[in-house]
Design a protein around this ligand. Sequence first.
Ligand code: GRF
Length: 210
Amino acid sequence: MKHINIAILFSGNGSNLENIAQFLRLDSTKDKLESIGLKVAITLGLCNNPNAYGLKRCENLGIPTQIISHKDYHTREAFDEAISEVLQKARIDLVVLAGFMRILGAEITKQFTIMNIHPSFLPLYKGAHAIRDSFLGSEDFGGVSVHFVDENLDSGEMVLQEKIPKIAGESLQDFEHRIHTLEYQIYPQALLRVLEDLARGNGLGDKTKA
Ligand code: GRF
């Protein structure tokens, strides 16, 4: 059995973090992963914001956390390095971003396999206001995308994405609610896909690890 340590990086609410944690603890998920030779756990919650509600969620879920505030570092590189050190020390195999509001640079994105969820049908509406921008956009759909992370914003190879049709007269709040509901379906599915790939022998994780 191969043990996979996941780190989730977040900055705020942490609802995707909690959803993934619960998904990984389902007997059906554990059975599925064990059948392909994997034992998977979130062994670290890493947060750049000391006031994030996600920290409380981690506490309730029994996930150890570490806070690395970007404000304590003068450069993005130094911040990335601090994160990288913690991930290496914790022997993290796969990094999952869930509402992590910092851009990671070339070094760390090459070093680790990192996934992200974005609340639009990429490449449409990159950036921090994707739900509002996509709601106001001319397309008749919104969407959710899960992708691997490279040094560019909301870029990187796509793992899974899905559209939802817009509903005439719908409020932004209701649209946002449907987007989040879709996120809670898509992220676990995408994660499973990546883990299955890993089980098939495709290298992931800390690429410096033997
Ligand atoms: C989600 O909409 C995600 O797509 C985006 O940030 C939000 C995080 O929400 N990247 P939460 O912290 O998981 O509740």
